[in-house]
Design a protein around this ligand. Structure first.
Ligand SMILES: [Zn+2]
Length: 305
């Protein structure tokens, strides 16, 4: 019909179809829904820049990254709710100094208007980081994000000493992108973050992307420290398997670490549909108890939901 957006009806039915598939996944496991520890919500102008970065092929030079979910914020929230994601994070991260405290202010407002979002916050190695992290914890932040690749900083930076100390003390988890995938950074890889954990052994660190591609080293950290978790973000999907395949020989350790693995997806910044992440977990064949723990129970226990 003229005057009507020709894509909208098709998009709506595709979304309904996908929602039904996601709901069937958790329903068949006997779960009340999903908890997704790794999703992104941030100020619109920042998200636009993130999307431009992916559009320009800067996330990976050899693998085009066409972001699947580019709807306005309220529609993206509605979509997660339709999927039955009971709680989700709102990870934002700075790529330069002077930005983290402002992002944290936005995240506080987002959490206030989105009760099912986990109040998230971030930091950067800069003077005052300890103070604004303390402030964010007081304001109710339950989850932090550190992105060592985008931020290009050393987690051992002395300006971060008070930050790791505060998070360890308060037992507030931090999602850390410190694996060298999809592209390495100067301070990615298991070395620098291992040193932070040696200094702050009580830190609750959730290693993003299952530590890809250094899966074995980061699984080793879950075996060494009781506060280290891995999120599944992009792991085992067709997309990441092409870039950084998960070694089949590590599956027994992945099964054993089942209590420390948390569902994460990277919604909305993914080049495939949400349900594909769930199918990628199911096809590992580690059993329904493992899936129930990973997709819901581990996160509710860790965060006291
Ligand atoms: Zn992410």
């Amino acid at each position: 019909m003229s005057g009507q957006n020709p894509g909208s009806a098709a998009t709506q039915s595709a979304t309904e179809h996908e929602s039904a598939a996601v709901v069937a996944f958790w329903h068949n496991l006997g779960l009340p829904g999903l908890v997704d520890i790794h999703t992104h919500f941030m100020p619109a102008n920042v998200l636009e820049k993130v999307w431009a970065y992916f559009d320009q092929g800067r996330a990976h030079p050899d693998h085009p990254w066409r972001i699947e979910y580019r709807q306005p914020e309220d529609e993206r929230v509605a979509m997660l709710r339709a999927f039955g994601v009971r709680r989700f994070s709102a990870l934002a991260y700075p790529h330069k100094p002077g930005m983290a405290a402002w992002l944290n202010g936005w995240e506080t407002e987002f959490a206030a208007r989105t009760p099912d979002a986990l109040h998230s916050a971030t930091f950067y190695p800069e003077p005052g980081a300890g103070a604004y992290v303390a402030e964010a914890i007081t304001a109710g932040a339950r989850l932090f994000k550190a992105h060592l690749q985008v931020g290009a900083y050393d987690p051992r930076d002395e300006l971060l000493g008070p930050v790791w100390g505060l998070l360890a003390e308060a037992r507030v988890p931090v999602v850390v992108h410190c694996g060298s995938g999809p592209m390495p950074g100067r301070f990615t890889g298991p070395g620098p973050m291992s040193e932070v954990l040696a200094r702050h052994p009580r830190l609750i660190a959730i290693i993003a992307h299952l530590g890809a591609p250094e899966y074995g080293d980061f699984l080793g950290l879950t075996e060494q420290y009781s506060g280290v978790y891995l999120d599944t973000t992009m792991a085992f999907t067709d997309f990441l398997e092409r870039i950084a395949p998960f070694p089949v020989g590590l599956r027994p350790r992945l099964a054993d670490a089942g209590g420390r693995i948390l569902l994460g997806t990277d919604f909305p910044n993914i080049p495939y549909s949400y349900v594909h992440q769930l199918q990628a977990l199911a096809r590992l064949d580690l059993g329904e108890p493992w899936l129930r723990a990973v997709c819901h129970d581990n996160a509710t226990a860790l965060l006291g939901l």
